[in-house]
Ligand binder design. Structure first.
Ligand SMILES: [Zn+2]
Length: 135
């Protein structure tokens, strides 16, 4: 059976803790974002090169599953217990989903990036242009 083990890193920084705090996956101190979802090119504390990271659609896909699990049951329960018109449900649940998505997207992206750093470290250490050569 294939055993998957994390690559040893310089620190024992938890990918989940650093992701939820939106910090650098290596040192856990430097800010990860320069804008709302724009990742900094390089960590200001430890110098980790972050410009070549690629979390892709991973954070959005995780949020679709997590928010679906969190929002759909209360929406169904409230829909069965009240006589609210559909337009009111549409407004309320759209606002809830939009707020939760905007609030959770940064930590989700930071967590995915931290997990990539832990388990796919070669992507961060690859020389410039190496990822493009693989395609
Ligand atoms: Zn750092």
């Amino acid at each position: 059976m294939l055993e998957v083990r994390p690559v040893q890193t310089e620190s024992d920084v938890s990918p989940i803790a650093t992701g939820l705090r939106c910090r650098c996956p290596r040192c856990g101190e430097g800010a990860l974002f320069a804008g709302f979802l724009t990742v900094v090119d390089r960590c200001r504390v430890c110098g980790l090169e972050l410009a070549r990271n690629d979390s892709g659609d991973g954070p959005a896909v995780f949020l679709i599953f997590i928010l679906g699990f969190l929002v759909v049951p209360p929406a169904l329960w409230l829909g069965m217990r009240t006589d609210w018109p559909l337009w009111l449900h549409a407004i309320i649940w759209s606002a809830v989903i939009l707020g939760l998505t905007l609030g959770m997207l940064r930590p989700a992206k930071a967590t995915v990036l931290a997990l990539q750093y832990r388990y796919r470290r070669a992507d961060f250490d690859a020389p410039e242009g190496a990822k493009e050569d693989e395609r």
